[in-house]
Design a protein around this ligand. Sequence first.
Ligand code: 536
Length: 365
Amino acid sequence: MMSSLFSPYTLKSVTLRNRIVVSPMCQYMAQDGFMNAWHQAHYTSMARGGSGLVIVEATAVSPEGRITPGDAGIWSDEHVAGLANIADAITSAGALPGIQIGHAGRKAGCTPPWEGGTPLAPADPAAWEPLAPSALPFVADSAYVPRAMTLADIHRVQQDFVAAARRAVQAGFQWIELHFAHGFLGQEFLSTHTNERDDCYGGSLENRARFLVETVRAVRAVWPEGLPLTARLGVIEFGAAEVDSLAESIQVLRWLKEAGLDLVDVGLALSTPDEPVPWGPNMLVPYAAPIRAGTGLAIGTSWMITSAQEADRYVRDGKLDLVYFARTLLANPHWPFQAARELGIDDPASVLPTPYGFWLKNWSI
Ligand code: 536
């Protein structure tokens, strides 16, 4: 049978009810990394909307890896119980519970976007010193300069990723995404804009990829073999280095696959504030084909995919295995039901849980 947006998808030992993924979306509503009633309602609502996979927002593997003081965290065993409540809520609404884990590198320690997204004032008691591959600020000439990581820092953060993956299993998550995009720590090691190291973690592509490859291998060793290990990678640096960065990313993804990666979520690099990103509908979809052909990895992507027909066609044409949605689902958490109606699938109300779907069956408005 030909696959489509509403056909199930199996990767390793898990099966999603359809190809619609709730992309990780930072809420910046946690305290000391602990999630609360806001997150519980948010993820419950997303899962009840009918998507196949709900990926919990970027969750920091260490306190200094938070983008803002409100980021979710998974750096302590005490976080597990709250995370388990979220995973349960997602599971009981029929979706697969996933989590994105990450470290913001030099982009850590800022205010939330709606307060400017700029570094916390040094005098703010909530502020901290960010870590990065090299002591280079995100904004040129800014006084907000990260500390260059020592080898001990690098190994400690890799162990933080490993401990986070262990806790994610304990909490009941069945899908993990390593955040290696958006100019955060993993991307910073890969990009020559942010990595000027002269040790084995900088210089050649192999060295710039070393942090990512080692981290995937170390996480794979504790993450159950039957569960998908995935990463969001900024596959392309738009601008002068566009072609080279895509070719480099394909090589890096081959190494990541060897290290145990199962699927790539094709993302943006956003390594510098002035990257000329060609914002527009479906803007990352054209990169999926060369990446799939060059790596053989399962693949998904997001960014400005808003049409059910287009998303369905990407799956039917074999361009994407999964389609990730963010703002489309913030605008309408029950968008999968709307998409099912637009696509004319049989019994579209069955996309929603029974207490909703029963009343919407044959409802014609
Ligand atoms: C998406 N962003 C992604 C974040 C946090 C900040 C916003 C993340 O990966 N944790 C975004 C990037 C650029 C423009 C709009 C939105």
